[in-house]
Each structure stands twice: as structure tokens, then as C-alpha cells.
Design a protein around this ligand. Structure first.
Ligand code: FES
Length: 154
């Protein structure tokens, strides 16, 4: 996989993940990007990239449905149906205030749980720039060698 310098101001390289047309046709691809397993998807005219294993328990987000909740486009993990916003990687859930009559569920955020990466398109090629923001994000655990070793052992 080759890296591609997006400009003098960026110290964070971007990596070629495929041809624009191929990814649009496939809708979803998983790529190993500089040591990280990343899901790149195309939905309603936009590309998105995120860690490919769900922050909750490592579920395969490549098989998740995409739906809108509370005005935010989310991927729904196929294992336990957790909802993750594609824009920020926030975990969304519904809560009910028992004091509210009648009780009505409201959408709440658990904060950023899934690492979301940046996608750019240049001359028909698609590039991913990994999100290197400091501090742990829950989905990071499923990118570790410790977790990969666990998967390999079955
Ligand atoms: Fe994704 Fe549990 S592993 S919701």
C-alpha cells in the first residue's frame, strides 16, 4: 500500500485504498491500512472510513446496516445492534426518563467510541488518512496485536 502526501501542512500521510469506481461498485471494502483494519464504505454519495471492528465486542461492521437515527447516519453492528454515527463514531442509545408522562425515549450519546478516519478522492483514487487523535478510543482495543492473537487462537 502506498502513502501519498496530501500537502506540506499535513504530517499525517494518506494511504491509497482503491479505485473510486471499484469501491462505489463494491459499496464496502476492508483494508489493512498502516497496521490498522479499516472499513471503507460508500453510502448515498459519500465515502466513510472507520475501524472495522465494533467498539463493543469486535463485531464485523462490514456486515452492519446503515440507518438514520435522530438525524444522524449510523452503522448498526450486526452482533448486538449498537448504533455508531458515521460522522464522529459516537455510540448512540435511547434512554427513557421515567418522570416524563407519558415516558418517551430520547436519543443520547455515549461519546466517541469508534475511531473514524478521513477519506479523500483524487484522480479516481481513494485515500484514507488515519485518525491519529491522541487518547484511547474504545475501538482501538480491536486493533491490537493482543486481540489479533486472540482471534488467531479462535
Ligand atoms: Fe457490536 Fe456488540 S459487538 S454491538
Amino acid at each position: 500500500m502506498s502513502s501519498h502526501d496530501q500537502g506540506e501542512t499535513s504530517s499525517n500521510p494518506s494511504y491509497l485504498v482503491g479505485k473510486r469506481d471499484d469501491i462505489i461498485q463494491a459499496k464496502r471494502v476492508t483494508k489493512f491500512v498502516n497496521g490498522r483494519d479499516v472499513l471503507v464504505l460508500y453510502h448515498q454519495g459519500e465515502f466513510h472510513a472507520l475501524d472495522m471492528r465494533c467498539y463493543h465486542s469486535g463485531g464485523p461492521l462490514v456486515k452492519g446496516d446503515i440507518e438514520e437515527f435522530n438525524g444522524q447516519m449510523c452503522i448498526v453492528c450486526p452482533w448486538h445492534k449498537y448504533k455508531i454515527t458515521l460522522a464522529e463514531g459516537e455510540g448512540l442509545y435511547q434512554a427513557v426518563d421515567p418522570n416524563m408522562k407519558p415516558p418517551k425515549p430520547v436519543w443520547c450519546s455515549k461519546g466517541i467510541k469508534q475511531r473514524i478516519h478521513t477519506v479523500s478522492v483524487s484522480n479516481g483514487d481513494v485515500f484514507v488518512t488515519l485518525n491519529d487523535s491522541p487518547g484511547a478510543i474504545d475501538s482501538d482495543y480491536y486493533q491490537t496485536q493482543k486481540y489479533r492473537d486472540k482471534l488467531a487462537k479462535g
